[in-house]
Design a protein around this ligand. Structure first.
Ligand SMILES: NC(=[NH2+])NCCC[C@H](N)C(=O)O
Length: 357
């Protein structure tokens, strides 16, 4: 039975939220860094010597437990705002697995944003370049199957082979992402109605951009995918650019210079993210930089869920008429995800709009 209202409808990052998935930190672990895809995804700026400090295995119990407390609080707040909120339990990341070409450890279910791209009523399983993420999506499958039965479209990118030749090396012996096959994390993409922005970086290659363009032609031929090259070379776009509402975008001043604003946003009002407040971290190495504070969740164009430890950010948003709901995500740097990362919006009120016309 398909409903008149599509069960999945998410074309943007800012219109009023109706349904969302919130991540789960249970079983979160650091994979062995001997896997180049894990090193590339987790600590890509570390040299081989610096990487020696990283201990593979489960994140500290306190990190997991406190993160799950924070995620449940986030879910409660969203439910209180009338947003249908799902908490699918994490897969068991303690189990290693193999393909004909490699073996990998489990990783994390904390950031559903990273592995699934929702464009309109189409759920797209992204081809992550990280071997440890190969089965992460399995905890979302029951929901995706239900959405399909209710009328959504559900596809997956070609399963990537992730052979060693996909990974290249820089002059300091650090991994890079090659072009052997289409790979990207969904969090390399921002959606702004008819326009999507795809970051080419160590977590999304040019071949992935080609695949996404070819696929979105089937979703709607008017969709446009704009590459963001040489903006931020590392993992994911959502601590560099945050689209707050039509005509207003927050940018990371440490990564984008005033004279290098991506062309599409040059006529928009720009809110430069204030310098992040320093925060303590439970481990000496983190999956996210301090700029993860930008990684906020727009509940609607006038309301944002943000890190409560960033008063300057709250003030900056309020100066643009955006109220904030301060929340804690105590280990967002250690686990590599803020409020945008730890959620996956399934339905918003917005449609296939042209916000740049
Ligand atoms: N969807 C995500 N997990 N985004 C996290 C981006 C973190 C980014 N690499 C930073 O250090 O600022």
């Amino acid at each position: 039975m398909t409903s008149a209202v599509p069960p999945v409808n998410s074309w943007d990052e800012f219109t009023p939220l109706k349904e969302i998935i919130v991540g789960d930190a249970t079983h979160a672990r650091i994979p062995r860094m001997s896997d180049p895809s894990a090193w590339l995804a987790c600590y890509p700026t570390m040299t081989p010597d610096e990487l020696r400090q990283v201990e593979a295995g489960e994140f500290p119990k306190r990190v997991v437990e406190e993160s799950n407390e924070d995620l449940e609080q986030l879910a409660e707040t969203l439910r209180g705002l009338g947003v249908t909120t799902h908490r699918p339990p994490a897969v068991d990341h303690s189990r290693s697995f193999a393909s004909p070409y490699w073996e990998a450890d489990g990783y994390i279910s904390y950031c559903p944003r990273d592995i699934t791209l929702v464009v309109g009523s189409t759920v797209i399983e992204a081809p992550s370049p990280m071997r440890s993420r190969y089965f992460e999506i399995f905890n979302l499958r029951p929901l995706f199957q239900r959405y399909m039965l209710e009328g959504a479209s559900w596809i997956a990118a070609p399963r990537p082979q992730l052979k060693d030749e996909l990974y290249e090396w820089d002059e300091e012996g650090r991994p890079l992402l090659g072009e052997a096959e289409p790979v990207f994390d969904a969090a390399n993409v921002l959606r702004v109605g008819r326009d999507l922005f795809y970051q080419v970086s160590r977590s999304g290659n040019e071949m992935g951009l080609k695949w996404l363009r070819s696929t979105l032609r089937m979703v709607d031929p008017t969709l446009r995918v704009h590459p963001l090259r040489d903006v931020y070379g590392y993992t994911h776009i959502d601590s560099t650019i945050a689209v707050l509402r039509p005509g207003l975008v927050m940018l990371n001043p440490a990564r984008i210079a005033e004279d290098e604003v991506p062309e599409a946003f040059r006529d928009w009002d720009i809110l430069w993210c204030p310098e992040p407040e320093p925060t303590e971290t439970a481990l000496p190495y983190t999956l996210s930089e301090t700029w993860i504070c930008m990684n906020l969740l727009m509940v609607n164009p006038e309301l944002a869920i943000v890190d409560g430890d960033q008063p300057a950010l709250a003030k900056a948003l309020e100066s643009k008429g955006i109220s904030v709901l301060p929340h804690r995500l105590r280990h967002q740097r250690v686990l590599g995800g803020g409020f945008h990362c730890v959620t996956l919006d399934i339905s918003r009120e917005g449609g296939l709009e042209d916000y740049f016309g």
